[in-house]
Each structure stands twice: as C-alpha cells, then as structure tokens.
Design a protein around this ligand. Structure first.
Ligand SMILES: CC(C)(COP(=O)(O)OP(=O)(O)OC[C@H]1O[C@@H](n2cnc3c(N)ncnc32)[C@H](O)[C@@H]1OP(=O)(O)O)[C@@H](O)C(=O)NCCC(=O)NCCS
Length: 177
C-alpha cells in the first residue's frame, strides 16, 4: 500500500474520518468519547483545526483513494498564555498500522506546528485499565517518537463501567531540541 499525506478536505474526508474513529470510540479505551461523532461533527472539528491555522493531515492510499489514517494538532487549552502549546491526535486504520504511517503523520504534524511557531506538543494516551501501561500501543508509540511522560492521571475516566487512567506526554517543538 502506497500512502500519500495531504491536508484534510473536511467535506470530502468527513465520512472516512468518522469511519476510522468510530471503532476506537465504541470498542476501546483509546478515546474517552463514548458516542461516535457523526461525519458532520468530524467535518466541523476538522474545520475548527484549520481555522486555528493548525495542521490536520490524512494518509490516502494512492491506488484506492481510501483514507487510512489521520492526525492533527489542536490548541491545548483556550487561555491565551497556552497559545504556543498544542495537543496531538492520531488515528491509523488497523490495516495500516505498524508500517511507519503513525511516525510519518506525526513528523508532518510536528513540522507544521514548528512552522507555526508552536513551542510544545502534548498528547494524552487514555488507557485500558486491564493492560499494563508499558504494553499500551499508544504509550509505546509516543515513547518511541520521543515524547516524555510528564503525568499519570489515576481514575480520570470511566468507560465500559471501568475506571481508567491517562498518561500525559510532552514533546518539545524547539528546532534545536
Ligand atoms: C498508535 C498508532 C498511531 C501508531 O501508529 P502506527 O502506524 O502503527 O505506528 P508506526 O508503525 O509508525 O510505529 C512507530 C513506532 O511506534 C511503535 N509502535 C506503534 N504501535 C505499537 C504497538 N502496538 N506496540 C508497540 N510499539 C508500537 C513502533 O514500534 C515504532 O517504533 P520504532 O520506530 O521505534 O520501531 C496506531 O497504532 C493507532 O492509530 N492506534 C489507535 C489509536 C491511538 O491509540 N491513537 C493515539 C491516541 S493518543
């Protein structure tokens, strides 16, 4: 599968984004949302990211035109002194995982954020409480990418009737490291 990265087209990609995201919402702790957003909602969220001047990228299979993953950065928190901090989100279709796409998407998102003058990126990994932290795929991915674990929030979410934690990760976007 040859995958090209491109900027999201919110209207055109809304269905694909919703289709990739829904199983993670319905079946996993990877997202702490519990009701899958509609394509219209995914479109609105993508528009909101673009309106902030932040990157929202999709990976498209060149042969089929199918979107196989996406990643974006959104403002970390609304209060103004946080304006150089972004939070990353990344979702790769299971059929496209473990082939380097997550790293490619993250490279593109971090580069775009650096160009926007952003200072730091946060990522929140929400965890299945029945899986050891070190075995969690998102934890492994963010550590491998170079994020530093800066927080662990105990029992911060409740999903599938279980209390679940999150790990907070931080990555410096300073060009010189
Ligand atoms: C986490 C996720 C984005 C990784 O994407 P991916 O395309 O499979 O990752 P890559 O192939 O680019 O791998 C990049 C690195 O992460 C590591 N990694 C990725 N998935 C892993 C897993 N399941 N277990 C262990 N390590 C993993 C790889 O070993 C690789 O490290 P290396 O380069 O040092 O060998 C993808 O699995 C996914 O979408 N998961 C579900 C959604 C999710 O958890 N998103 C994060 C929300 S915060």
């Amino acid at each position: 599968m040859t995958l090209d990265l491109r900027a999201v087209d919110p209207a055109r990609d809304a269905n694909a984004l919703a289709t990739i995201y829904a199983p993670y919402v319905l079946e996993t702790f990877v997202s702490f949302e519990e009701v899958p957003p509609s394509p219209a909602e995914m479109q609105a969220r993508a528009v909101a990211v673009l309106e902030e001047g932040l990157p929202y990228l999709v990976a498209e299979d060149t042969a089929s035109g199918r979107v196989m993953g996406y990643a974006y950065a959104s403002p970390y928190r609304p209060r103004t002194a946080y304006r150089y901090a972004v939070e990353s989100s990344i979702y790769v279709h299971p059929q496209a995982q473990s082939q380097g796409l997550g790293r490619r998407l993250m490279d593109a998102v971090t580069l775009a954020c650096q160009k926007q003058g952003m200072k730091t990126m946060l990522a929140v990994a929400s965890l299945d409480p029945d899986i050891a932290v070190d075995e969690n795929p998102s934890v492994r991915f963010h550590r491998s990418y170079g994020f530093t674990q800066v927080g662990f929030l105990i029992d911060i979410g409740k999903k599938f009737d279980k209390w679940a934690p999150t790990v907070l990760f931080q990555l410096s976007l300073d060009q010189q490291g």
